[in-house]
Design a protein around this ligand. Sequence first.
Ligand code: NG1
Ligand code: ZN
Length: 533
Amino acid sequence: TSYRTVYAFAREMHPKTVKHDIQYGTAGFRTKASNLGYIMYRMGLLAVLRSRYKQGIIGVMITASHNPECDNGVKLIDPHGEMMEQSWEELATKVANVQDDELEQTIRDIVQDYNIDMSIRVNILIGKDTRPSSPSLAKSVIDGVLALSGKPIDFGIVTTPQMHYFVKCRNTQNEYGVATEEGYYTKLVSAFKKLRGDKYNNKNYENRILYDGANGVGAKKIKYFQERLGECLKIVLYNDAGIGTGKLNHLCGADYVKSQQLFPTGVPSEPNQRCASVDGDADRIVFYYNDENDKFHLLDGDRIATLVASYLKEIVSETGLDLNLGLVQTAYANGASTDYITESLKVPVACVSTGVKYLHHKALEFDIGVYFEANGHGTVTFSKNAKDKLNQAAKGNILTESQQQAASKLLALIDVINETVGDAIADLLLVETILHAKGWNIQDWEQTYTDLPNKLLKVTVQDRNVITTKDAERQCVTPNGLQEEINDLVKKYKRGRSFVRPSGTEDIVRVYAEASTKEECDKLAAQVAQKVY
Ligand code: NG1
Ligand code: ZN
């Protein structure tokens, strides 16, 4: 490896253009696309180091998810298909922020500190969303990979969860699935069709859904599913504007629908019709409908989590197997959902800090771990123990016939799930499968419990990091006295709950509040926000 190339490429093609430091946060690096060229180059370098260190294939995904079209970003994917390990996030930040002439030495230091064998041949998989800036940024990543003699493999335009899937497949010799787009569609669609059988509708369930593609990659990729699903599930696509029209995530998509609590533009309002919106890289999904009075009803990540957990609990008990099932949420989960899970479903709930990596990590502690953020990002993980037991049960004669069938059903269900990360399209197929099995329409699903009114506010402060938290972000440690003030306010409200924390993706503090009525909840949120200023 010629370390010389590292500096030469940096100086000549990818000079550092931003003076202030930028940080590898919960979602990797994310900022204006025009500021990202050198960051991409450097992440290409880092991917090669990480790959040699882990002796496995690493993925690089270029996307800014639900952000506006002019933004972009990058995140690294570890060999198991999970987000890059936290300890390397600091390295990423370091590599991104040193001066051009310090870059070569920084790389040498990492190689030495981590004892990396630089002669190992490595493959780096690169994927990107539909942003107009993505192709040129992908080229910068490729330059970084080449500078350290890695082999870049370009997957073109793909969803974030597709990228996680490819990385996992490649690192497990295709045991998880075939590492191509075709392999991905085939795995999901054949499992879905197997579960649906030839009865496409069931009781209140109708096999038609309106789908908001957010004018992004989720719109492009759903077409491959439409082709393969045919009449089995009628997905009607909206918001599929071309690349570079400026419409990506604009007044539509999962983030807009969830945070504005509004029906998206571009989707026709048909009374009581089930609809879904995905975000700009298709790793999040929310469901919703307008009723006959045109009132909007949202079914977010908490709803998906409870639906999935209740169904999994049912099937696991049908198998008669001893598998522990748990659900992981963050403090943003609606209190009513937590009560429902604990009291009605009797499934244990864990609460962790915001950020998919924390949820995912916690979920792995269970045989079957369901995790969702309220914003619609989530999936289910299955332990090796669970898979082994199910495979045994499905083929052996140890169980009764109905138990054996339940085990086969659960195995097929595992194949509609993208276990590596939240996957909007896989989650859509999972939700449709469960609604079909239960014979439910979206109102039946909604009736399981009533959400508490809730409010999320952004507060701009001088330094958001003066706020530190504990207890999965539900309690403030600093500034002194703030938590007591919040407690005093919360006490005054029926079913009141509120917490504040610095955002990991924006330069703001988030205030969350819920209470028994909308008026009270808005008031509580405003009062807590006042204390933060
Ligand atoms: P921050 O900005 O740290 O609150 C937001 C979301 C997270 C997660 C990340 C990554 C909320 C309240 N927060 O994090 O759930 O999705 O972005 O994109 O929705
Ligand atoms: Zn996303």
